[in-house]
Design a protein around this ligand. Structure first.
Ligand SMILES: Cc1ncc(COP(=O)(O)O)c(C=O)c1O
Length: 394
């Protein structure tokens, strides 16, 4: 949802013409949109530091690199996520160790504990579809085994756990502001942390290693190698207007979610995804389970045929679930892969994940849109009930 606020912030940037977030101090007329958005993010997530980057994928990459994760290190991640999780891990020469999910739709703490080896450096919990992992258990495991906890909260901005914002509970938290997220910059992302060293690393690494000291970019030093994961002022400007509307957006999502959930609750065969005790989802998706894979497939087709968009059966989706990641299992890269990574992920060729199949096979995940009116949402809820009843009857 865009309006005057987004246009005003964007026009500020276009008027003075500085599209880059760093430097050009004299030309900016005081406009530092990325810096202003970082301040807003610190307030929203109650963390000491926030570093904007160019995408959620960049956020995960920068978070891992900032914590010193690299060649040969193992990072535990769930079988249900977006491909960005293993892309970011492998780009650093680290090894993604995929483990089963449970009915929270993210890491099963027992599966995490079983996967720990002397090479494990971090656990990456991915708060999928607006809700969260069992953070108490995962924090306990990480502190017992001295592992980093990295939260990918790209899909769960505004969700909370024991009253704290998701993304602020681990050592580092990652967000995406791409076009389909609750708040958007068009493309963008952020890393949040309370650790000053990780923050400074993120600040430098995401801008070629620039130390950002002084007002002469050419004279800045480069304490270590970096890359370009910068956000532009144009993207940050949109995000700055959007973050101020987060509460309003969350309230709309909750209202729409509640209407649909109440309607689906009439169907006794449906159960809902578990939200861990103390957690509150961001209501960006409604996730539910059907009795078996066959019924879930039928329900997915019936929903599509009746014109209900945005309902995903991730078991058959190419991007979010391990079953369809043939490019990962087949190690299909454009360039030669390091031996360490090749050996590290070879386990995937024979590994099966029956527990994850049990949950993802039966799960339908419905996007909750901000732009619906109340009557459209009610109409949609009724059509969904009809579609699912049809799937259950055949
Ligand atoms: C869980 C998760 N992590 C990371 C990303 C990557 O975000 P982006 O599209 O901004 O690169 C996404 C994007 O959908 C995501 O869903």
């Amino acid at each position: 949802m865009f309006g005057e606020a987004e246009r005003k912030e964007l026009n500020d940037v276009l008027k003075n013409g500085v599209l880059m977030r760093y430097g050009f101090d004299d030309m900016r007329n005081g406009h530092w949109k990325a810096k202003a958005l970082e301040t807003e993010l610190q307030k929203t997530f109650q963390t000491q530091y926030a570093q904007l980057v160019s995408s959620g994928t960049a956020a995960v990459s920068v978070a891992l690199a900032s914590a010193g994760i690299g060649a040969g290190d193992e990072v535990i991640m769930p079988t249900f996520t977006f491909v960005a999780s293993f892309e970011a891990i492998m780009a650093l020469g680290a090894i993604p160790v995929l483990v089963d999910i449970d009915d929270t739709l993210t890491l099963d703490p027992k599966a995490v504990e079983d996967a720990i080896t002397p090479r494990t450096k971090a656990v990456m919990v991915v708060h999928m579809c607006g809700s969260m992992g069992n953070l108490d258990a995962l924090q306990g495991i990480c502190s017992r085994h001295k592992l980093l906890l990295i939260e990918d909260a790209c899909q769960a901005i505004g969700g909370t756990y024991n009253g704290k914002p998701l993304g602020s509970l681990g050592d580092l938290g990652c967000f995406s502001f791409d076009f389909v997220k609750t708040i958007t910059c068009g493309e963008g992302g952020a890393v949040v942390t309370n650790n000053k060293v990780y923050y400074l690393n993120a600040d430098h690494y995401s801008d070629h290693g620039h130390d950002h000291i002084g007002a002469d970019r050419g004279a800045e030093t480069h304490p270590f190698l970096g890359y370009n994961f910068r956000i532009s002022e144009l993207h940050a400007a949109v995000g700055l207007a959007q973050i101020k509307r987060l509460k309003e957006f969350l309230a709309i999502q909750k209202k729409h979610y509640t209407i649909i959930r109440e309607a689906l609750s009439q169907i006794p065969e449906i159960t809902f995804r578990t939200v861990p005790e103390g957690g509150e989802e961001n209501y960006g998706f409604l996730n539910f389970f059907l009795p078996n894979l066959n019924i879930a497939r039928k329900a997915s087709s019936a929903l599509k045929n009746m014109g209900v968009d945005g309902c995903f059966h991730y078991y058959d989706n190419n991007w979010h679930y391990v079953r369809k990641w043939e490019h990962l299992m087949g190690m299909k890269t454009l360039y030669p892969m390091s031996k360490e990574v090749k050996d590290g992920i070879s386990y995937l060729q024979n590994k099966t994940f029956p527990q994850s199949d049990h949950y993802i096979g039966r799960n339908i995940s419905c996007l909750i849109k901000l732009s619906w009116t109340e009557s459209e949402t009610r109409e949609r809820a009724n059509t969904m009930v009809e579609a699912i009843k049809e799937a259950l009857s055949v």
